[in-house]
Design a protein around this ligand. Structure first.
Ligand code: S6P
Ligand code: ZN
Length: 203
C-alpha cells in the first residue's frame, strides 16, 4: 500500500524496518531538498550555495497508510540527514497545526532537538532514542539534527491537525540551532548567521 487508506479502517499492525526506515504497509512518502527550504536558514547566501552545490536531500518523511482525516491518528517517520548551512543545523521546515491539536515524537536514532514556539516563548527539547517529546496544542514545531548521523523520529498526530507552513515564515521559531565547536548553540531567531547574540545559550 503506498497511498492513504480510506476510512473506515480495520485494526492492523504496522512493521517498522529500522535498517532503512520503512513502514509496512507504507503510505505517502516525501523528501525535502535544500531548494524546498527557501527562506528558512538565516544565511541566505549559504543556502543558495548549497542549492547550487547539488541541492542535497535534507530530510525524508515516510507515512503509514492511516489518512490525515478527522478522528484518525496518522504516524510518520522523519529522517533528517546531518549537516549545517551557514552554521545552522539541518532542520525541518517547521509548522503550526491549523487545528491546534497536540502531537508526540519518539526519538528512534541519532540525536536531535525539538524546537517549539508559541509565538512568544520558545522551548528546546533534546531528543535521543527512547525519548518522547510532547508538542502541546498551539505550539509550532521544528526538528533539528544536531548530530553527525541521521536523526530519525516517529511522529503521531491527530488526522485533522493539518500543516501551516506559512505561520513559521511569518512568526519565525523564536530560536535557531547553530553548530558551535562540539556544542549546540541556541541563538535568537533574528540574529544574523555567525554572530551569536548576547542572550545565546548553549546545550
Ligand atoms: C506532522 C509531524 C511530522 C512532520 C515532519 C516534517 O504533524 O509534525 O510528521 O510533518 O517531521 O516536518 P515539516 O515541518 O516539514 O512538516
Ligand atoms: Zn506537526
Amino acid at each position: 500500500m503506498s497511498t492513504s487508506a480510506t476510512p473506515p479502517l480495520q485494526p492492523f499492525a504496522i512493521r517498522f524496518g529500522a535498517d532503512n526506515a520503512t513502514l509496512e504497509p507504507q503510505g505517502p512518502t516525501l523528501q525535502r531538498r535544500m531548494s524546498d527550504l527557501e527562506g528558512l536558514f538565516a544565511d541566505r547566501r549559504a543556502w543558495e550555495q548549497a542549492v547550487a552545490d547539488g541541492d542535497p536531500v535534507v530530510y525524508t518523511v515516510v507515512s503509514s497508510p492511516v489518512p490525515e482525516t478527522a478522528r484518525e491518528l496518522p504516524q510518520s517517520i522523519t529522517t533528517i540527514f546531518p549537516g549545517d548551512t551557514g552554521g545552522e543545523f539541518w532542520m525541518t521546515k517547521g509548522h503550526q497545526h491549523p487545528d491546534p491539536q497536540g502531537e508526540i515524537y519518539l526519538g528512534l536514532e541519532g540525536h536531535g532537538g525539538l524546537l517549539l514556539f508559541d509565538g512568544e516563548r520558545a522551548e528546546w527539547l533534546d531528543i535521543s532514542p527512547g525519548v518522547i517529546g510532547y508538542i502541546p496544542p498551539g505550539w509550532a514545531h521544528r526538528s533539528v539534527n544536531v548530530g553527525d548521523e541521521p536523526y530519525r523520529f516517529l511522529a503521531v498526530y491527530p488526522g485533522s491537525a493539518g500543516h501551516d507552513y506559512g505561520w513559521v515564515l511569518t512568526h519565525g521559531m523564536g530560536l535557531r540551532a547553530r553548530r558551535s565547536a562540539d556544542r549546540v548553540e541556541l541563538v535568537p531567531f533574528g540574529t544574523p548567521a555567525g554572530t551569536a547574540g548576547p542572550t545565546a545559550r548553549s546545550h
